[in-house]
Design a protein around this ligand. Sequence first.
Ligand code: MG
Length: 252
Amino acid sequence: MSNNVNNHTDQPSSSSSGPFDLLLFDLDGTLYDHACGYEDHIHANIFKFMVEAKGGKFDAIHSIEQAQQVWTPIFAKYNLTKRGLMGEGYEFDGTAYDTFIRKGAAQFIQQPDPELRSFLQSLPQRKIIFTNAPETSAHEILQLLGVADQFEAVLGSDFMGNDVCKPERAAFDKVLEFLQPPVVVPPHRICYFEDSFKNLLAGKELGMATVFVTSATLHKEGRTQEDLAQFDAVVERKVGASLRESMPRLWN
Ligand SMILES: [Mg+2]
């Protein structure tokens, strides 16, 4: 060997403990079906917040339509509305914003998901949530789904410090750094589950195995089925047992 550069991507592991040490899960649209309406509700609340907030630059926004027009380029630039508004000089309380936009989860996630629970229980690896949502909301949703005890940690917007978010490399670096002690977890020993194309691509570029969850987000991002062929597996609506066929090595 002339150097220490390894191309881990797509190399089957010879380890007796299976190909993956850790499973990294997005939350919204990945653990539960986007079709339940909660993410649309969050989106509507973002525009409502922008209309209802008072002072400074918010005073120029009088309607939902205006809010949407202001929001589109901000989201494109920052990937996270809260950070984008702050970055563009809108002044507001971040915690009050989180509470406002993500309120009412129980109306949409009305009962625990035993299928999701048995899927997670069947996988022996460490499991971590990696979401751009605030931790308080993530914990609430995991409780509603009945799977909170299945995860070792929830890494959300508080963890990332509200100055980075997926799909930025810095957000992934923070997660990888968090995982390292006491054992080293290289990216190729991680399987990452996501319904955002650009987030998942960022994980793939780091060498993670990738599972794409199809949802309305796919169409919003203008992606086609062909674009998805680069991922290790694709699953419909939310993660679940169908992966036994499309990605059996998760259970090796
Ligand atoms: Mg998502």
